[in-house]
Design a protein around this ligand. Structure first.
Ligand code: FAD
Length: 416
């Protein structure tokens, strides 16, 4: 389900395998998921919350040279950091290259998924709603890949007395263009890529931009001032953790998103704790209760498209019986052991699925077990790391580095 980056690569692999058949249910009328920019915020014409949280000026925060699927690269172009339209075009070209269009049911929303427990390996009953006619249908599948995206339902942090604030409060999911903040004093809360990008865009329009975050390790332009996180609220200002009072007109929450699977019936066995931990997922992806269900793209702080591709290739090997998973009890034990290790290492709960540097080992492990290690290019890590350093050193300009900068790293690394 879902025709974003994850769903499309899933459908391609299914279509390419003569033993498999499948389709996508997609609630919008387009492929591309969050990369299909929509001016509007709020609900769409069918009353469904707008899925895409892309903003008008969005460019990728990873160089396109490492962003593509394992064996389907982005076309050459002048820039490494491309805009949302160019990413969308990549998906459109992908769909036509693999002739996927006929297998995607658009404006078809999955409203319920439940295991059909006739034997040990359940089939899945999926209920969909055709948003144009409002009619519902029932479908049965041997397996389901959940590719609904994890950047749509906002996470609202707990800030004391937030209601007391008389100014405007936005979440970045509803941010589209900076001009509506002209002349205003804006506090941007967060330290992720969106908080950084949006602060930089806003600085051209707002009278004042204050970035409120825990570890401002980015070298932000001078016109953006940095404060520690806000902890309490007054009518026209916020108090920060270090006791400063910061006056402002707008609070822009770049506080991220929560995992959300409203269509999974409780029988599926999946729970989401505090919006940040999906349980019980073997290798952060396979439903340990019913291993014919895959939840794609749960890890974050990763290079997403190649990892989706890796997860799906691995899962299909399992489905076809070419790779055997441990028993349910063993999978549950491994999940519990990982939880324990995170506790011992004092990993914050909301980082349960945060990978960062761990992604490379994870990718290699899956690829090795499933027999496609030759598709993993070690150079990707080098470019990813190098791009990360540039992002921190010069967040206002790194996206405009000429692609040669990236290419040179690529070529140098490739030749050892
Ligand atoms: P999505 O793109 O969200 O697609 C999910 C699809 O599922 C949507 O089409 C949706 O309509 C559909 N869907 C959801 N629920 C239902 C339902 N009930 N029934 C039917 N269909 C449903 N990644 C990068 O690699 N590089 C970047 O530079 C980058 N920048 C980003 C910037 C922003 C602002 C955000 C939010 C994310 C960024 N990402 C970036 C991460 C990005 O989310 C992933 O790259 C990737 O696009 C996610 O793909 P997805 O298929 O998992 O989810």
């Amino acid at each position: 389900m879902g025709a974003g980056a994850a769903g499309l690569i899933a459908l391609r692999h299914v279509q390419e395998d003569p033993d498999l058949d499948g389709c996508i249910f997609e609630q919008t009328n387009s492929v591309g998921g969050i990369w299909k920019y929509i001016d509007k915020t709020g609900n769409d014409e069918y009353g469904i919350p707008i899925h895409s949280t892309a903003y008008k000026g969005l460019r990728t925060n990873l160089p396109k040279e490492i962003m593509g699927y394992l064996d389907y690269k982005f076309p050459e172009s002048q820039h490494s950091y491309i805009n949302h339209e160019e990413v969308l075009n990549y998906f459109k070209k992908f769909v036509s290259s693999y002739d996927l269009m006929g297998k995607i049911h658009f404006t078809t929303r999955v409203t319920n998924v439940q295991p059909n427990l006739v034997n040990e390996q359940p089939s899945w009953k999926v209920i969909t709603e055709d948003l144009t006619t409002k009619s519902t249908s029932e479908h049965f599948f041997d397996s389901i890949m959940v590719c609904n995206g994890h950047y749509t339902k906002s996470y609202i942090p707990n800030i004391t007395d937030l209601k007391a604030f008389q100014g405007e409060i936005f979440h970045s999911r509803d941010y589209r263009t900076p001009d509506i903040f002209s002349g205003k004093r804006v506090i941007v809360l967060g330290a992720g890529p969106s908080a950084i990008d949006i602060s930089i865009e806003l600085a051209e329009f707002a009278s004042k931009v204050i970035l409120s975050c825990k570890q401002p390790n980015y070298a932000m332009p001078n016109k953006i001032s940095i404060h520690s996180p806000i902890v309490s609220t007054k009518e026209n200002s916020f108090i920060t953790a270090t006791g400063d009072e910061v006056e402002c007109d707008v609070l822009l929450l770049c506080s991220g998103y929560v995992y959300d699977f409203p269509f999974l019936s409780p029988d599926c066995g999946i729970t989401v704790e505090k919006g940040k931990y999906v349980y019980p997922l073997y290798r952060h992806m396979i439903n340990a209760m019913f291993p014919t269900m895959l939840l794609v793209g749960i890890p974050f702080t990763v290079c997403p498209f190649p990892q989706f591709d890796i997860q799906i290739r691995y899962f299909l090997k399992v489905l076809k019986g070419e790779l055997t998973l441990p028993s349910k009890d063993e999978m549950l034990q491994e999940i519990k052991d990982e939880e324990q290790t995170r506790l011992e290492n004092k990993v914050p709960f909301n980082h349960s699925h945060k990978f960062g540097d761990r992604q490379w080992e994870y990718n290699v492990q899956l690829a090795e077990e499933a027999g496609f290690l030759d598709l993993i290019q070690p150079v990707v890590k080098k470019v990813y790391d190098r791009a990360g350093v540039r992002r921190v050193d010069d967040p206002a300009n790194y996206k405009y580095d000429h692609m040669m900068a990236i290419h040179s790293v690529y070529i140098v690394s490739k030749s050892g």
